[in-house]
Ligand binder design. Structure first.
Ligand SMILES: *Cc1c(COP(=O)(O)O)cnc(C)c1O
Length: 436
C-alpha cells in the first residue's frame, strides 16, 4: 500500500483530489472503497501496461473497464486519432466518418439496421429505454438485479456496480415516481420472469439485460433464460433490449448476441446498446435496432434524442480504427485463447494452493470468484468470499498486477497482453494465493 507522500505520490494526489472532487474521483469505483487502500493515479499507459505517478508499472486488466481491447497506444489507432484531431475536434454537423462507423457496426450486428451514436453508455441505455417506451406506447420495464445500465434515473434500482458496496440499493435524488415503472428481477430466475410477465406482460415496453453480466463480475444469462425472455417479449409485444456496452465487440466480433444466436435459432434482440470498445477509449456509445423502430427517433419520429458531441469526429476515428483492427481474421480466436489461458491458469493455480476459486471467460472478458461454484445471480456473487478477494487484490497489486478493485467487476485482456504478461500474472497469482 502506498505511504509515500511526496508531491507526485498516489497518496498525496488522492488527498489533493479529495479537496476538489467528491471522494477524489470522477467515477465511484476508482476510489478503492470496496478494497480499501489508496487508488493509483495513472500517469501513462502503453500496450498491456499502465504506470502510476510514482513510476510503478502494472499489467492492466481493467483496460479502462473494457474499451482498450487493443492495449494502450495502438499505433494505427493513435495515428487515426492524431489525424482526426488535426482536422478539427468537433463541428456539430454531420461527417463522413459517422456514416463509416455506423456502417462498420451494422455490418457486424445483423440485428440492427440503423444506429445512432451518442457519447456514453449511460446516454445510450437511457435513450434505448425512451425509444422502447415511445415505440410501444408503454411505460413499464424489467431489469435484472446486478445488471448495470448506466446511471439514468429510471435504471438506478438496485444497480450493481459501485452502488452495491456503497450500500445504496437505489440512489438518493431519484424520486420514487421515476422508478415506479421499473421492475427488478433476479438474473437467471425463470420463475420470477414468468410471474412478472403474467402480471405486467401487456404493459411492458421492454426487458433490458446484460447478456453476460459484467457488472456483477462475470455471470452468463443461461440459454433457457434468454430463450424464454425472447419468447415472452414477442408474445406480449415488449421489446428485448441487449445492453452490450461491455460485451459488444469484446466477447466476440458479433458481440454477445452472436453467441446466443448460434445456440438459439433465429434469436435476436430488438434493440442493442453499445459503448466501451466502439469508442476505443474515447467517449462514444450507440444504440441500434430495426429501421422501423429507429424511425421513431427525431428527426423522423416523435421520440426526442440529441447530443452536441454525438458522433464526435475524433471519437469516431478512434472507434473506427479500433473496429478495423479487431475485425482482422483470427483476432478474436487469439484474444479468446489468451484470456482463457489466464482464466484457466488462475483457477489451476488456486487449486494447487487449495483455495476455492472459480473463473470463466468469453473473448477478451473474464471473471473469477473466491467460491466453489460459479454464481448465477447477484446474491450469489455477493455471497462469495469478499475478504479473500480484497486481500488477494492487494497482494496482486503489490506485485504489479492491476485487477478491478471490487469483487463485482469483470476483467479484460487486450491484444497487447502476450505470453510474458500472462506468465508474470500467474506467477504473481501463485505467490499471492500462498500468502492468503
Ligand atoms: C459501462 C456500462 C454502462 C455505462 O456506460 P458509461 O459509458 O459508463 O456511461 C452501461 N451498461 C453497461 C453494461 C456497462 O458496462
Amino acid at each position: 500500500m502506498s505511504t509515500d507522500t511526496s508531491p507526485r505520490s498516489n497518496a498525496a494526489l488522492f488527498e489533493r483530489a479529495q479537496k476538489v472532487i467528491p471522494g477524489g474521483v470522477n467515477s465511484p469505483v476508482r476510489a478503492f472503497r470496496a478494497v480499501g487502500g489508496t487508488p493509483r493515479f495513472i500517469a501513462s499507459a502503453s500496450g498491456a501496461y499502465i504506470v502510476d505517478v510514482e513510476g510503478k508499472r502494472y499489467i492492466d486488466y481493467i483496460g479502462s473497464w473494457g474499451p482498450m481491447i487493443l492495449g494502450h497506444g495502438h499505433p494505427a489507432v493513435l495515428d487515426a486519432v492524431q489525424r482526426a484531431a488535426a482536422e478539427g475536434f468537433s463541428y456539430g454537423a454531420p461527417t463522413e466518418r459517422e456514416v463509416e462507423l455506423a456502417e462498420a457496426i451494422l455490418a457486424l450486428v445483423p440485428s440492427c439496421e440503423q444506429i445512432r451514436l451518442v457519447s456514453s453508455g449511460t446516454e445510450a441505455a437511457m435513450s434505448a429505454i425512451r425509444l422502447a417506451r415511445g415505440a410501444t406506447g408503454r411505460a413499464k420495464l424489467i431489469k435484472f438485479e446486478g445488471c448495470y445500465h448506466g446511471h439514468a434515473d429510471a435504471l438506478l434500482v438496485k444497480a450493481g456496480s459501485g452502488l452495491a458496496t456503497f450500500g445504496n440499493p437505489t440512489s438518493a435524488g431519484v424520486p420514487p415516481e421515476v422508478v415506479q415503472h421499473t421492475l427488478v428481477l433476479e438474473y437467471n430466475n425463470l420463475e420470477q420472469l414468468e410471474e412478472a410477465f403474467k402480471i405486467h406482460g401487456d404493459d411492458l415496453a421492454c426487458v433490458m439485460i446484460e447478456p453476460i453480466a459484467g457488472n456483477m463480475n462475470f455471470v452468463r444469462a443461461s440459454l433457457p433464460f434468454m430463450k424464454r425472455i425472447r419468447e415472452l417479449c414477442t408474445q406480449h409485444g415488449a421489446l428485448f433490449v441487449f445492453d452490450e456496452v461491455m460485451t459488444g465487440f469484446r466477447v466476440a466480433l458479433g458481440s454477445a448476441q452472436s453467441i446466443y444466436a448460434q445456440a438459439l435459432p433465429s434469436f435476436a434482440p430488438d434493440i442493442s446498446v453499445f459503448g466501451k470498445v466502439i469508442g476505443g477509449g474515447m467517449p462514444l456509445a450507440a444504440f441500434g435496432a430495426s429501421r422501423k423502430i429507429m424511425s421513431e427517433l427525431a428527426p423522423l419520429g416523435p421520440v426526442y434524442q440529441a447530443g452536441t458531441l454525438s458522433g464526435n469526429p475524433v471519437a469516431t476515428a478512434c472507434g473506427l480504427a479500433t473496429l478495423r483492427e479487431i475485425s482482422k481474421p483470427g483476432f478474436f480466436e487469439a484474444l479468446g485463447q489468451r484470456t482463457r489461458q489466464l482464466s484457466d491458469g488462475l483457477a489451476s493455480t488456486a487449486k494447487a494452493a487449495g483455495i476455492d476459486f472459480v473463473s470463466d471467460s468469453q473473448g477478451g472478458m473474464f471473471g473469477f470468484f473466491f467460491s466453489k461454484t460459479l454464481p448465477q445471480n447477484y446474491p450469489a456473487v455477493m455471497a462469495t468470499d469478499k475478504d479473500r478477494f480484497n486481500r488477494w487484490f492487494h497482494l496482486m497489486l503489490d506485485r504489479g498486477v492491476y485487477l478491478a478493485p471490487a469483487l463485482y467487476e469483470a476483467g479484460f485482456v487486450s491484444a497487447a497482453h502476450g505470453q510474458a504478461e500472462i506468465d508474470a500474472t500467474l506467477l504473481a497469482a501463485r505467490e499471492s494465493f500462498a500468502s492468503l
